[in-house]
Design a protein around this ligand. Structure first.
Ligand SMILES: CSC[C@H]1O[C@@H](n2cnc3c(O)ncnc32)[C@H](O)[C@@H]1O
Ligand SMILES: [Zn+2]
Length: 439
């Protein structure tokens, strides 16, 4: 007797990311109650499973959804507002003044809706965010059906969100119950950066993270100027200071890390720190390049992120993988560095592990959540197919993503949104553009 299930997806290829270089041909994935119930040859699945719906993907590859390990999703509303500037000029003279004028609950809801639409369209099923008004980000992401890890921002700068460190921390603690009740949402504490958070505040952040058992998400060693300023102010580099404070641990996802000595790479490995690599943002802001080959060699856990759409300028993980692979090869003058498989691992399982959900997401395995995407390789850009993973990383474009499931729910079906009214959302975003211009 066949077993009953919700959905049968029959695919030309499945790349489950459960074993290196494993590509299954003519296999099916069975979904029951949002979880993966089976992955087996198509004929066997048809015999053994009685599913309410069957989806055929004859020229597609099915793989885990992308996990974007570093975003500021609401900043989609600032996309293209300040380009071609170095980090500190961009932040201090453009982004922070605009945030002080404009960022409120409504801004964050609208920007998050736009980001979720962009991410669903490009195959991202989960993102790890850091921004003001995290409750609004969390509620909106949950409404749109995406999985998200939402950072409670902490910064020693008064903003429209909170007046001081005490208030940022109190809000983080208050919101725990709300976040736990939201489907598909988990949370982190997100101290902004070593140059905006004092020692005293960092001690309180760590104490709260330990008490609530939350991971940490922080921009670290983004530019040479950040490191030089720390040496001048504290007599040590940011990583040494964070280590003295006890911040370096498996709890920490450190974003950027473009400035690292060999000793610091060994320290990250020894402390179990994960790194969120954002190659496009780092290059657009001319911040530097994270030493990916050396970090991989040292066994540091690596994830991939886009950063915000004001410094990237998109949330496209396919493009980010390609950039990561090409830039790592260029930086090390070694074409074997960061092969396609490793770039894809950073964009899927690596990201899920770095945000603490690797046991439930990031790869396609029985019992894990059915967070998966289909990419149609029947396209002039991705033919002929000798190597599926090569096509995904080096050749496919985001418009080739046709289907997206999060916990078994189909959010993109044959390239159309199932939950999003795009004309209405586009109008909302254009109204925001007019308001931003007016101010
Ligand atoms: C306090 S919420 C997050 C804060 O970070 C700013 N931001 C965006 N991108 C970067 C980056 O690459 N480095 C440092 N800070 C960044 C964002 O505008 C918010 O103010
Ligand atoms: Zn960032």
């Amino acid at each position: 007797m066949p077993q009953r299930a919700d959905t049968l997806i029959e695919a030309r290829w499945i790349v489950p990311m459960t074993a290196r270089d494993l590509v299954l041909e003519q296999h099916a994935l069975v979904i029951q109650g949002g979880l993966i119930a089976a992955i087996c040859p198509i004929e066997e699945a048809r015999r053994e499973w009685d599913c309410a719906e069957t989806i055929k993907l004859p020229e597609h590859v099915l793989l885990p959804g992308f996990v974007n390990a570093h975003t500021h999703v609401a900043m989609t509303l600032f996309r293209g507002m300040a380009d071609d500037l170095p980090l500190m000029d961009w932040l201090q003279n453009h982004i922070w003044p605009a945030e002080q004028r404009l960022v409120d609950r409504d801004f964050v809801r609208a920007g998050t809706r736009l980001a979720c639409a962009e991410m669903i369209r490009n195959g991202t099923t989960c993102f790890n965010d850091m921004y003001f008004f995290p409750r609004e980000t969390a509620e909106t992401a949950s409404d749109m059906g995406l999985r998200a890890s939402i950072g409670h921002v902490i910064i020693d700068v008064p903003t429209r969100y909170a007046a001081n460190a005490g208030e940022y921390l109190a809000k983080a603690e208050e919101m725990q119950a709300t976040f736990q009740a939201l489907p598909r949402i988990s949370s982190m504490l997100a101290p902004h950066a070593p140059y905006t958070v004092s020692d005293d505040t960092l001690k309180q952040v760590l104490a709260l993270a330990e008490r609530l058992d939350l991971p940490l998400h922080m921009h670290i060693h983004e530019t040479a100027a950040e490191v030089a300023q720390s040496v001048e102010k504290y007599g040590m580099r940011p990583l040494a200071r964070l280590d003295q404070l006890g911040i370096l641990s498996p709890r920490l996802l450190a974003i950027h890390m473009t400035q690292l000595t060999d000793e610091e790479i060994a320290l990250c490995a020894a402390r179990g720190v994960s790194i969120g690599h954002c190659p496009q943002s780092n290059h657009k802001l001319a911040s530097g390049a994270a030493p990916i080959a050396a970090l991989q060699g040292a066994g540091v856990g690596l994830a991939l992120g886009t950063d915000g759409a004001a410094s990237n300028n998109d949330l496209d993980m396919l493009a980010e993988m390609q950039s990561a692979a090409l830039l790592a090869k260029g930086a090390s003058a070694d074409a074997s560095v960061l092969p396609a498989w490793d770039a894809l691992a950073m964009a899927t399982l690596g990201g899920a592990q770095a945000i603490g959900i690797g046991d439930r997401a990031g790869s396609l395995a029985v019992g894990k959540m059915a967070d998966c995407i289909a990419i149609n390789l029947d396209h002039p850009a991705t033919q002929p197919v000798f190597n599926v993973v090569s096509q995904i990383v080096y050749a496919a474009g985001r418009d080739q993503v046709t289907d997206v499931w999060v916990e078994g729910e189909r959010l993109l079906a044959s390239s159309s949104f199932t939950r999003i009214d795009w004309p209405a959302l586009r109008q909302e975003v254009q109204d925001w553009r007019d308001r931003i211009r007016g101010k």
